[in-house]
Design a binder for this molecule. Structure first.
Ligand code: PAF
Length: 296
């Protein structure tokens, strides 16, 4: 695995591969990697000839009161995980490499950035869309891999790739969970034993709603109520909503199309998000979870 820190070095490394017609996969991350990232890298390694992983804690997607300065970091562990998952290139740019002095051009996502996390993290998806567009332009991957846990992020990025005609397939990989259901997240590192126990309430609610859905429950309000039950033990729930996977609009009445039940909550001072996809038609699972957008 090669480690590169500058855009020039990365481009020089990838140019011959591209000229040979090799398929390049890309996994953008902010580091402190876990098995969820491992799954993305492995998917890329299985489907592509070369896999680039970036680690860049992107300042523009953090609000002023968020955890940018304390965002967990462990480069040595990250490098080992990348190696084991068969990444071929690790890209580690400094902030000045991505945002040089005078930087002033951003990607402004549209309505998809407004609901859910967008309501509580103003400017977050503008920062995500901007850095992902830049990274796509730097790496020029054929396929890029994102985790379903950040569901709204995947919808915003998919839309951006289409709207800006970026020649990349965006692949969304299902969330990896601990045996007890907790969705893997770099922010789980902040949880002590008691907080971790309370954090489990998020997945308990979502998985109970999905079980009810699988047994035939189709009333949106009822499914939300089932997911809300366990959340009583969580400090503050920002949102718990059932939304259309395509336009993120709330589902009213019966669930008759692919929907995402999404939650964001604080456990102590740690903000966690999670979601499950409810797919009334077998084909919806493929549409909503693993989807390719090239050339649209
Ligand atoms: O999901 C993340 O880790 C980040 O939002 C991403 C996509 C790497 C952009 O900074």
């Amino acid at each position: 695995m090669r480690v590169v820190r500058t855009i020039a070095d990365l481009r020089a490394l990838l140019r011959p591969l591209r000229e040979e017609g090799k398929r390049i996969g890309f996994v953008p991350t902010m580091g402190y990697l876990h098995e969820g990232h491992g799954a993305l890298i492995r998917q890329s390694a299985a489907r592509c000839d070369a896999t680039v992983v970036s680690i860049f804690v992107n300042p523009t997607q953090f609000g002023p009161s968020e955890d940018l300065a304390n965002y967990p970091r462990d480069l040595e562990r990250d490098q080992n995980l990348c190696l084991e998952a068969e990444a071929t290139v690790l890209f580690l740019p400094e902030v000045a490499e991505i945002y040089p002095t005078g930087f002033q051009t951003h990607v402004e996502p549209g309505r998809l950035a407004d609901p859910l996390c967008g309501r509580f993290r103003p400017g977050h998806f503008r920062g995500v869309a901007t850095v992902v567009a830049k990274l796509f332009n730097i790496v020029q991957p054929d396929l890029a891999f994102f985790g379903q846990k950040d569901f709204q992020q995947t919808v915003v990025i998919r839309r951006m790739a289409r709207d800006l005609n970026l020649p990349v397939d965006v692949v969304v990989v299902p969330t990896i969970r601990e045996a007890d259901g907790l969705a893997l997240s770099s922010r789980n590192a902040y949880l002590d034993e008691d907080a971790r126990r309370r954090a489990l309430r998020l997945s308990e609610g979502l998985l109970a709603a999905r079980a009810a859905f699988d047994e035939g429950e189709r009333e949106a309000a009822k499914l939300v109520e089932i997911a809300r039950g366990p959340l009583a033990g969580v400090d503050s729930v920002q949102y718990l909503e059932l939304v259309d996977t395509q336009n993120l609009e709330p589902i009213q009445g019966k669930v008759d199309r692919a929907s995402a039940l999404c939650v964001a909550a604080y456990v102590g001072s740690t903000r966690l998000i999670d979601n499950v996809i409810l797919a009334p038609l077998p084909a919806d699972v493929g549409i909503s979870v693993v989807r390719s957008t090239q050339g649209a």
